[in-house]
Every structure is written in structure tokens, then in C-alpha cells.
Design a protein around this ligand. Structure first.
Ligand code: NAD
Ligand code: UD1
Length: 315
């Protein structure tokens, strides 16, 4: 049996691949390298990398004919909310059509399990906190709308076609290999990158949009991988949607404080006007996943420390 990871050369996908390989599993990665990098993937005889797009139907048909996949972990997406706003048609093709094509192939091939990476973006800016899976959703961007539509197709595949399928709503994921290069990259990757450049003598600031009191539910990538594996293995996840977070709210100012403890010092902070459409607070209710044994293993300080040390070792 072989396992397919779409988007496996990306930030979260590469951590999942690493874990699967460490368990001795045979893995195929399908990635078009639009944001992923081949260097993110480990060298292994058990790993096959296929460069291509989830929107290429012929390629998908050949791929599912060539391998007998046990599980499909579908993480490939245009993960930038900003890009989805700028280019809704192209992102829809990848984030929605691509998911539907993969579901069709998974169904046709009779795979054992389909796990889909959705997002907390489906909740939008409805004020009630913490976010529970059964709350109303109000996605505000093409990215959020496509994730929501996709997750409905994914979980409905169980009752409609008997495909065992689960959707996971990731909150703010951070960790090694997250790309800090765009202003719309994850805030922790940007803050760590800037801190290291500052320590290396660059004149640079940390920019905070707003007062820094906005909060997010930041989850370390290895805890996300654990959640993904629970979704794969626990039959109770079929047809269900789960939040993947820590259940803890952390402000940007707290992140900077913790980074200071780890790094010794941080760049000067510049406060800029809040970003258009920014949500003030976001935190997950994770009781549903906890009932299946999930519990985040890394504290924020541990996760930040590991990410910081990894980034520092690169310079
Ligand atoms: P990422 O950009 O590092 O990974 C996405 C991967 O998909 C990349 O390797 C990219 O090259 C690949 N890809 C993009 N379009 C493709 C296509 N058409 N065909 C094949 N491969 C394609 O981002 P990430 O943070 O690792 O995100 C992984 C998944 O998790 C995405 O579905 C994203 O929407 C979701 N997610 C991430 C976060 C987060 O905080 N990072 C939060 C919520 C949801
Ligand atoms: C994140 C995800 C998005 C997901 C959403 C769901 C990333 C890159 N984005 O968006 O995919 O849909 O969670 O909850 O992971 N900020 C600064 N300075 C910076 C960069 C950011 O102050 O240099 C601020 C932002 O304005 C925001 C906060 O930090 O208030 C978090 O930003 P970001 O990491 O981009 O994540 P979200 O906007 O929460």
C-alpha cells in the first residue's frame, strides 16, 4: 500500500511526509512546486516525488491507476488568502476543482481514507469564541469559500459514496520550513526571520498591524501532523469536521515577549494601521478532537524555540 500526500513539498505537507516515512510507509508526493520546495523533502527510497498539478485530470487518472493508495492526504492548495482575493478564478481551480478531481479519483480507486486540509478561514469574522465545529460559518474570502465548499464535498462523500473522509480546520500553524518571504506569510515565520536578521546586524523592525493585542490560536506543525494521523486512523472521524488548534489564545505582543526570552533580544517594533479585513480574535474549541485522544504536545515556547533554532542554523 502507498500513501498519497498532495502538497507534500510544502510547509505542513513535508512534516507529514517526514512522519509517514519514519513509520516505514511508502509515500507518493504530488506537488507543482508553486510554493513548495523539493529541498523540503527528505531523501528516501520509500518516497516518490511527482511534479504536477492536482488540476491535471489526466495525470490524476494515471496516478491512481499506477498506485493502490491506502490514504489520500490532500494538502495541496494556493494557501495564500491574499492571492485568492487577487486571483479568485485561478485559486478556485486549484482549491476547489482540484479537490473535487481528487475526490473523484479516490472514489474510483476505492481508497481507504481521504483527509482534507481545511482552514479556520471558514468561520470568517462571526464574533462568538471559541470557534466550535457546529457554529455557523461566514467565510469572507475566495479562499475561505473554497475551503468550506470543498470540506462539504469531502465529508458528504461518506454518506453519498461510502468514501471514508474527514476535513480538518487548521488554525494558525507555525514551525520549521514555513516560508517567511511574503508580507502575507504566517506572522510567526516573519517575526522569527526578522529577529534572526536583526541579531545578524541588519537594521530591521518587526511590523505589527494594529495594537498587537489581536489574538490567534497558534499550533506547532508537529501537533498538526498528530491530528492528521488521528483523522486517518479513527473511524469516528468519518464524515466529520474537526478544529485543529490548541484551544489557547495568544496575542502578537505575547509572541514577541516569548521570542525575546528565546533570542535574547528582538528588533524594535513598529506599529502600523490594522490590515483591512483583519480578525481581532480567533481561537478554536478543540473538545471534539480531544475526545479522540488529541492533545497538543508542544507549548508555544517549545514550538517557537524549535522554529527559531532551525531558522538560525540556516544562517
Ligand atoms: P504551502 O504553500 O507550504 O503548501 C501548499 C503546497 O501545495 C505547496 O507545496 C504547493 O507547491 C502545493 N500546490 C499548490 N498548488 C498546487 C497544485 N495545483 N497542484 C499540486 N500542488 C500544489 O502551505 P501550508 O501552510 O503547508 O498549507 C498546507 C495546507 O494547509 C493548505 O491546504 C492550506 O490551505 C492549509 N492551511 C494552512 C494553514 C497554515 O496556517 N499554514 C492554516 C489553515 C489551512
Ligand atoms: C491565518 C492563515 C490563513 C487562515 C487564517 C485562519 C497564514 C499565513 N494565514 O491568517 O491561511 O485562513 O489564519 O484563521 O497562516 N501581522 C502583523 N505583522 C506581520 C504579519 C502579520 O502584525 O508582519 C498580523 C496580521 O495582521 C494578523 C496577525 O498578525 O492580525 C496574524 O496574521 P497571519 O499570520 O497572516 O494569519 P491570519 O491573518 O490569522
Amino acid at each position: 500500500m502507498v500513501t498519497l500526500v498532495t502538497g507534500g513539498a510544502g510547509f505542513i505537507g513535508s512534516h507529514l511526509v517526514e512522519e509517514l516515512l519514519s513509520q516505514g510507509r511508502e509515500v507518493v508526493v504530488l506537488d507543482d512546486l508553486s510554493t513548495g520546495k523539493i529541498e523540503n523533502l527528505p531523501e528516501s527510497d520509500n518516497l516518490t516525488f511527482i511534479e504536477g498539478s492536482i488540476t491535471d485530470r489526466e495525470l490524476l487518472v494515471n496516478l491512481f491507476d499506477s498506485y493502490r493508495f491506502d490514504t489520500v492526504f490532500h494538502l495541496a492548495a494556493i494557501a495564500s488568502v491574499f492571492k485568492s482575493v487577487e486571483e479568485p478564478v485561478e485559486t478556485h481551480r486549484v482549491n476547489f476543482d482540484g479537490t473535487l478531481y481528487l475526490l473523484e479519483e479516490a472514489k474510483r480507486a476505492g481508497v481507504n481514507k481521504f483527509v482534507f486540509a481545511s482552514s479556520a478561514a471558514v468561520y470568517g469574522d462571526l464574533p462568538e469564541l471559541p470557534k466550535r465545529e457546529d457554529m455557523p460559518v461566514k467565510p469572507l474570502t475566495p479562499y475561505g469559500v473554497d475551503k468550506y465548499a470543498s470540506e462539504r464535498y469531502v465529508v458528504n462523500s461518506f454518506s453519498l459514496y461510502g468514501l471514508k473522509a474527514t476535513a480538518l480546520r487548521f488554525f494558525n500553524v507555525y514551525g520549521e520550513r514555513q516560508d517567511p518571504s511574503s508580507p502575507y506569510s504566517g506572522v510567526i515565520s516573519i517575526f522569527i526571520n526578522r529577529t534572526i536578521r536583526y541579531l545578524n546586524g541588519e537594521k530591521i523592525s518587526i511590523d505589527i498591524y494594529g495594537d498587537g493585542k489581536q489574538t490567534r490560536d497558534f499550533i506547532y506543525v508537529k501537533d498538526v501532523v498528530n491530528a492528521i494521523l488521528i483523522a486517518e486512523n479513527d473511524e469516528r472521524t468519518n464524515r466529520e469536521v474537526f478544529n485543529v488548534g490548541t484551544g489557547k489564545e495568544t496575542s502578537l505582543l505575547q509572541i514577541i515577549e516569548t521570542l525575546k526570552e528565546i533570542a535574547g533580544s528582538v528588533p524594535p517594533v513598529r506599529f502600523l494601521p490594522p490590515r483591512e479585513g483583519d480578525i481581532k480574535h480567533s481561537v478554536a474549541d478543540i473538545r471534539k478532537l480531544k475526545q479522540l485522544g488529541f492533545s497538543p504536545s508542544y507549548t508555544l515556547k517549545e514550538g517557537l524555540e524549535r522554529t527559531f533554532n532551525w531558522e538560525k542554523a540556516k544562517t
